[in-house]
Each structure stands twice: as structure tokens, then as C-alpha cells.
Design a binder for this molecule. Structure first.
Ligand code: FPP
Length: 231
């Protein structure tokens, strides 16, 4: 069975570039091109929700040159991908704190969301300046505000209510999370939502990750027995 929601940690761009004697930014450029290819493929095969991890709240710690190259890439690719995704009927949403981005990028993010709001195909979440812990704290603040304003009773806060205060409000939790590049880490990605996600770690660097690798991850997922804590 196809997962309803797939998450991808697009990891390994730096190593891909290093292996070729190229600057890290070249790895991100190749990674961005692959993001476009794999996103379209997921939409074609009928995945309802796809979340990609493009920039974490911790990635600001990288050298200014690399952060700058990533920001330029986001701008360029969002413009281009926006056109593709319009044609593919993909709805694009952004997870994360967008207030930290430069005004032009912020504007592009808002414009992309607005332009695709009426699309009825795959939902693509792009996690940018996203951190799972940051998202949980943000949800707590929103809930406290509602309680203080008398719009919510503390005893009515349950898991569903909490989920609805996350960036992914209203969406199903991820069933499958794919991590290329061989690292065995969660890296602050969808911490709350991934409670029962199946992880598939693959020893392929993200720019080399092909459609056939996605098919392979889907096959592995289909063979897993999911019990959600039951027997
Ligand atoms: C992790 O690899 C990758 C990133 C921090 C950036 C991912 C961004 C893209 C693929 C561009 C996506 C573009 C859009 C428009 C969403 P790494 O640099 O940590 O690789 P390493 O572990 O080999 O050093």
C-alpha cells in the first residue's frame, strides 16, 4: 500500500560535492534539481502528502557563504518549481518560522502558498527554517494564548488538539520517512508527527537519489508490519 504521507530528509549534498572536488553549494544546486524531479514523481505516482526538509533551524550555524548560497537557491528554485507545480496541480505549504528570511524570500513563500491554495493534487510541505522542537514550543505558546483568552479550556487539550496547533495542522502524520546519505538520525524533523512513522535509511547521497530509489523505499515500507503499539 502507498503511504499517505512521505517525509524526506534531503541529506548528503555536501558529501556529494566533496567527492567531486566541488564547493558544497554545487551539491545543494544538484540537490535542488533532484528535489524538483522527486517531487514531480511523488505527485505522478499518487502520494497524497510529501514533506521535504530543506533548511533546519540549526542550519544557520553553517558558514555565511553556504547559507547565502542556499537562500539564493531557494529563491531561484521556488520561482521555477512554482511553475511546474502549478501544472502538476500541487499545493505547496511551508513549515517553519519564515520571519527569519529576507523580505523577498518571505514574499515568494507567501506568494507560492497563495498561488497554489486552490490546487487539489498532492500537498507538498517544504520545511524551511523548521525545527521539530521549535514547532512544539510554538504550539504550546498558541495553546497558552487561547487558554488565557478564554477560547480554550486546558482540560480540552488532547493529542488531536495539540496536532492542530502544529505547522502540519489538518494533515495526516507521516507514514514513511526516508533519509538518504546513510545517517541514522532524526535531526529535529517532524518530532511530534513521526511518533509511528517507519524510517527507511538509504546509503545514497541526496543528489544521487533516483526515482528507482524512491520505489525501493516504498517497497520496503509496504513490507513493514505496523502495529502502532498494538500486537
Ligand atoms: C543537507 O545536506 C541538505 C541541506 C541542508 C539543504 C537541502 C536543500 C536542498 C536540497 C535544496 C532544496 C531546494 C528547495 C527550493 C526546497 P548536507 O549539506 O548536510 O550534506 P552533508 O551531510 O553531506 O554535508
Amino acid at each position: 500500500m502507498l503511504p499517505r504521507h512521505v517525509g524526506i530528509i534531503m541529506d548528503g549534498n555536501g558529501r556529494w560535492a566533496k567527492k567531486r572536488g566541488l564547493p558544497r553549494s554545487a551539491g545543494h544546486t544538484a540537490g535542488a534539481a533532484n528535489f524538483r524531479t522527486i517531487t514531480k514523481y511523488c505527485s505522478t505516482i499518487g502520494i497524497p502528502y510529501l514533506t521535504v526538509y530543506a533548511f533546519s533551524t540549526e542550519n544557520w550555524k553553517r558558514p555565511a557563504e553556504e547559507v547565502g548560497a542556499l537562500m539564493r537557491l531557494f529563491r531561484q528554485y521556488l520561482e521555477e518549481a512554482l511553475r511546474d507545480f502549478q501544472e502538476e496541480n500541487i499545493r505547496v505549504l511551508f513549515l517553519g518560522d519564515r520571519s527569519a528570511f529576507a523580505p523577498e524570500l518571505r514574499e515568494l513563500i507567501n506568494r507560492t502558498e497563495e498561488a497554489s491554495a486552490d490546487k487539489t493534487g498532492m500537498v507538498l510541505n517544504i520545511a524551511m527554517n523548521y525545527g521539530g522542537r521549535d514547532e512544539i514550543i510554538r504550539a504550546c505558546r498558541l495553546l497558552i494564548e487561547e487558554v488565557q483568552q478564554g477560547r480554550l479550556h486546558a482540560e480540552d487539550i488532547d493529542e488531536a488538539c495539540f496536532s492542530n496547533h502544529l505547522y502540519t495542522a489538518g494533515q495526516p502524520d507521516p507514514d514513511l520517512i526516508i533519509r538518504p546519505s546513510g545517517e541514522n538520525r532524526i535531526s529535529n524533523f517532524l518530532l511530534w508527527q513521526s511518533a509511528y512513522a517507519e524510517y527507511v535509511i538509504m546509503d545514497i547521497l541526496w543528489p544521487d537519489f533516483k526515482k528507482k530509489d524512491l520505489d525501493r523505499a516504498l517497497e520496503i515500507f509496504a513490507k513493514r508490519s505496523r502495529r502502532f503499539g498494538g500486537v
